[in-house]
Design a protein around this ligand. Structure first.
Ligand SMILES: Cc1cc2nc3c(=O)[nH]c(=O)nc-3n(C[C@H](O)[C@H](O)[C@H](O)COP(=O)(O)OP(=O)(O)OC[C@H]3O[C@@H](n4cnc5c(N)ncnc54)[C@H](O)[C@@H]3O)c2cc1C
Length: 305
């Protein structure tokens, strides 16, 4: 039986893993895709303390993994399908195996929200993308659009403008929510055209994205924009399916955890973007991960001697 099983290999999970192994806990971490989670899809990180120069998301993620492995963290690349959390011994179920553990740390993070448009799902990977840093280079000298008004949308538009011939930045309001420094970069970029008060009505094309139809919410006027790449950056939704019906959650699916990362079930802890909290950032996810492990350690001492 393991001491701690961590689900999710983003910064929250990897930090939890690093703390756990350093404290001598028998720990494994499951990751279904790649280490770093959302950080690995980020163009440039400028606000993580200690990194004075901007660092790319993939480089940052490699460092996180290297740091956790340095302390001997075992990372298994597998999808966790189920957690069984009643009783003192918890179970983590993957396709082929059931693992027993004293504690679980859920660090499953978040995924991009979808707009819910026609053909959005159909054209995913054929012009519709949720990750400019992953797919942006495919659009060299092509026309693209980004939807959103927060930090991610602003960063995505700026990133795409390095490659694309033009970037429409479509926002439903008349001002951005994102950071001032990012707004300034976007607003003065010659390749970026901001469409204020505008929503996307539909995605156009036969086999792939050929354009979109947009509507100005103030005038009601609709316009067709011909383009090749359509990037959606309207926020995140928590990856909390494993916890449904088992842990207390908010109506929109964030897991409720207290300051010590305890969930509603003793021995199950939560960390990072999947937790309900005011700020979803790298630095807060790392902090959650560290606290979750220290709480798990205390729980094991108190309950298993
Ligand atoms: C484009 C973009 C730019 C950003 N820029 C910044 C920035 O500059 N500065 C900043 O501070 N923050 C930034 N953020 C936010 C930051 O990336 C997140 O707050 C942080 O990555 C959250 O980390 P996490 O470990 O909680 O979750 P995630 O990074 O989402 O990692 C969760 C991991 O869990 C895995 N997982 C999920 N379910 C399962 C399962 N069932 N089985 C196995 N594995 C599973 C996922 O594959 C994923 O790797 C950005 C986010 C995005 C999307």
């Amino acid at each position: 039986m393991k001491d701690i099983i961590i689900i999710g290999g983003g910064i929250a999970g990897l930090t939890a893993g690093m703390y756990a192994k350093r404290a001598g806990m028998d720990t494994i971490l499951f990751e279904r895709m790649f280490p770093g989670g959302q950080a690995a899809t980020t163009y440039s990180i400028e606000n993580y303390p200690g990194f004075v120069e901007p660092i790319s998301g993939p480089d940052f993620s490699m460092k996180l993994e290297e740091h956790a492995r340095k302390f001997g963290l075992e990372i298994l690349y597998d999808d966790v399908n189920e957690i069984i959390v009643d009783g003192d011994v918890k179970k983590v179920v993957t396709d082929g195996q059931v693992y027993e553990t004293r504690t679980i740390i859920l660090a499953t993070g978040a995924s991009p929200k979808e707009l819910g448009l026609n053909k959005e799902d159909l054209f995913r990977g054929r012009g519709v993308s949720y990750c400019a840093t992953c797919d942006g280079t495919f659009y060299k000298d092509r026309v693209t659009a980004v939807v959103g008004g927060g930090d991610t949308a602003l960063e995505d538009a700026y990133f795409l403008a390095q490659y694309a011939s033009k970037v429409y930045l479509i926002h439903r309001r008349d001002q951005f929510r994102g950071l001032k420094i990012l707004q300034d970069r976007v607003l003065k970029h010659e390749k970026i055209e901001v469409l204020w008060d505008t929503v996307v009505e539909s995605i156009l094309g036969e086999e792939q994205v050929e354009g979109i139809e947009v509507r100005n919410v103030k005038t009601g006027q609709t316009t067709r924009l011909d383009l090749d790449g359509f990037f959606v950056a309207i926020g995140i939704k928590p990856n909390s399916e494993l916890a449904k019906g088992k842990l207390d959650m908010t109506p929109d699916g964030f897991i409720i955890g207290d300051e010590s990362m305890n969930t509603s079930v003793p021995g199950v802890f939560v960390a990072g973007d999947v937790r309900y909290k005011p700020v979803w950032q790298l630095v807060t996810a790392a902090s959650d991960g560290a606290i979750a492990t220290l709480s798990a350690q205390r729980y094991i001492m108190e309950n298993f001697g």
